[in-house]
Design a protein around this ligand. Structure first.
Ligand SMILES: [Zn+2]
Length: 124
């Protein structure tokens, strides 16, 4: 296991993010765990799929599980990418700082509550 060095940027003038370096490190760890979990899940779903053994119904369930795991993995990878870019912790739509308490529960979240609600209401 490699422990990547934490880059501490000296000086002031950081914009947006209200998360402390310690909080970011903790959230990164959570995201890494989630990424590993999703990758394992996808691997299992793809290897348990025995051709000819599954009924159409089972296939559909497996397909939707794979799709769900892929979407979740994408969110997690995306969050890690934003962390690297220094954009993590603010809404990707309106730029509002995200609630750190919410990020601890859902570290991969990328929208503020208002934008997420609008998103869910948008197309059902
Ligand atoms: Zn927003």
């Amino acid at each position: 296991m490699t422990q990547s060095a934490i880059r501490a940027s000296a000086g002031g003038g950081s914009s947006g993010a209200t998360l402390s370096p310690a909080q970011l490190a903790e959230l990164r760890e959570l995201l890494e765990q989630q990424r590993r979990f999703r990758l394992e899940q996808l691997e299992q779903l793809q290897t348990t799929e025995a051709p000819g053994e599954l009924s159409n119904g089972d296939r559909e369930i497996t397909d939707s599980l794979v799709a769900g795991a892929r979407a979740a993995l994408r969110d997690v990878v995306d969050a890690l990418q934003r962390m690297d870019d220094g954009r993590y912790g603010s809404c990707r739509r309106c730029g509002t700082a995200l609630d750190p308490a919410r990020l601890e529960v859902l570290p991969q979240v990328s929208l503020c509550v208002a934008c997420q609600r609008a998103d869910e209401d948008g197309d059902g």
